[in-house]
Design a protein around this ligand. Structure first.
Ligand SMILES: Cc1ncc(COP(=O)(O)O)c(C=O)c1O
Length: 440
């Protein structure tokens, strides 16, 4: 294959041969990536605060992951688990069953992407309960396949023009304290947004028709929104009282991002079913659905699966990722990153009125940009300007939020102190420029 060398030339080719739908945040092409550094085809080096949207928690081209990939591809790359089984699938299921929250027997099935994982979790919940309805949340993101897309909240660009959406999906407000839909403030709110679920059964869908409630422990694409610590215990209890399967979508929060292996550990609850993907296999496509054994075993033989689901190379990579976490440094490191980023973001908030809110959990710390702190009007265009400016200065960043006005760093947890410091300095410099360009 002949590689063309400039970003501009490749972009022209890209526009000629690839539709516009598959979006691109940055108009650059990768040459190589290692740890937290990405180099483009023109040799420009970037500190990577995007990590391929939260996929590179153990760093780009992690040595341990590379080693097992190289070993596995010499043996076999694909047999299809449904035709001839292989041990790495079983070993990975066993380890995920052991490390996910919940002291009950569990089973795990594997798939290819986060969306596919979410869809399988919903299939299991419907099969178990014999019910149809699913409760999802405002600002949620669960993927782009049609059922996952229907669970996703944001209209443009994700859902617009792609209907009809899957039926029997009902949407609750999330615990978005900065923009509380109930006009309340924590803690005097007494977590009204969680107890609202009971009212929801009267106003939107009867509890006995609800198969599952699907929820992200912290909104990822929705903008790093962290519910109060009491929130999920209340939601969990209401689900239990009403025979509703609680599905935690840990696709973005999983594998150390929040300084615990899984974010639900912060809330001290064990969901019935958990979905994982993104950072699980060090950059290879893989997702997992882990849940109560009696639930996961409910669908009939042949009811779950897929040609590539649980690819052996990806399973070996995921096992290597778990080994990296078992060494014990990564979770404390995520905590350190989070504390550092939080302190820096808070200091920036004091200086720049553009930053309306700073929030997060572990290393999942975001800042919400607003045009006016009183009206909280989202600073959508300025956020894009900031992301572009960061790139020009050598920092890869992505935004999030229904109004694309939230900065969400997803740097590898292996980032060095120096790289982190440099990235944060670029971000600060860029915020200062954006703020001053506006004469706030
Ligand atoms: C919480 C969450 N769920 C599901 C998905 C969908 O995952 P995928 O893009 O692998 O289908 C994402 C992707 O960003 C996500 O953040």
């Amino acid at each position: 294959m002949r590689f063309m060398k400039t970003n501009k030339a490749l972009l022209e080719e890209r526009n000629k041969h690839v539709p516009q739908g598959p979006f691109n945040v940055h108009p650059i092409f990768a040459q190589e990536a290692k740890g937290s550094i990405l180099i483009d085809v023109e040799g420009k080096e970037y500190i990577d605060f995007a990590g391929g949207i939260g996929v590179s928690n153990v760093g780009h081209c992690n040595e341990a992951v590379l080693g097992v990939i190289q070993d596995q591809i010499q043996k076999y790359i694909h047999t299809c688990f449904h035709v001839v089984m292989y041990e790495p699938y079983i070993e990975l299921a066993k380890r995920l069953n052991a490390i996910t929250p919940g002291n009950f027997p569990k089973k795990t099935m594997l798939a290819n992407s986060g969306a596919e994982g979410v869809e399988n979790a919903v299939k299991v919940a419907r099969h178990v309960t014999g019910r149809n309805a699913i409760i999802a949340f405002e600002d949620a993101f669960h993927g782009r396949t049609l059922l996952a897309l229907s669970l996703t909240s944001k209209m443009k660009p994700y859902k617009f023009g792609f209907g009809p959406y899957a039926p029997e999906i009902y949407r609750m407000p999330y615990a978005y304290c900065y923009r509380c839909e109930f006009g309340l403030e924590y803690p005097s709110c007494e977590i009204e947004c969680a107890y609202f679920l009971k009212e929801f059964f009267h106003t939107h869908i009867s509890s006995e028709q609800v198969a599952a409630l699907v929820v992200e422990p912290v909104l990822g694409e929705g903008g790093f929104v962290v519910p109060p610590k009491e929130y999920f215990k209340i939601i969990h209890k209401i689900c239990q009282d009403n025979g509703i399967v609680l599905i935690a979508d840990e696709v973005q929060t999983g594998f150390g991002r929040t300084a615990k292996m899984f974010a639900m550990e912060h809330y001290e609850i064990a969901p019935d079913i958990m979905v994982m993907a993104k950072s699980m296999a060090g950059g290879l496509p893989l997702s997992a659905v882990t849940g109560k054994a009696e639930m996961m075993d409910h669908p009939q033989v042949g009811g779950l699966g897929g040609t590539f689901a649980g690819n052996p190379v990806a399973c070996r990579a995921a096992l290597a990722v778990l080994d990296e976490f078992e060494k014990g440094d990564l979770l404390p490191k995520a905590g350190q990153i989070g504390r550092k980023v939080h302190i820096r973001f808070k200091a920036l908030q004091e200086k720049y009125s553009l930053i309306g809110d700073v929030r997060g959990l572990g290393a999942m710390i975001g800042m919400e940009l607003v045009v006016d702190r009183k009206t909280k009007e989202p600073a959508t265009a300025l956020t894009k300007q900031l992301v572009d400016l960061c790139r020009e200065k050598g920092l890869l960043m992505i935004s999030a939020g229904t109004h694309s006005n939230i900065i969400r760093p997803l740097m590898p947890l292996t980032i060095t102190d120096q790289q982190l410091e440099k990235g944060l300095s670029i971000l600060e410099e860029s915020i200062s420029e954006v703020q001053h360009s506006q004469n706030f």
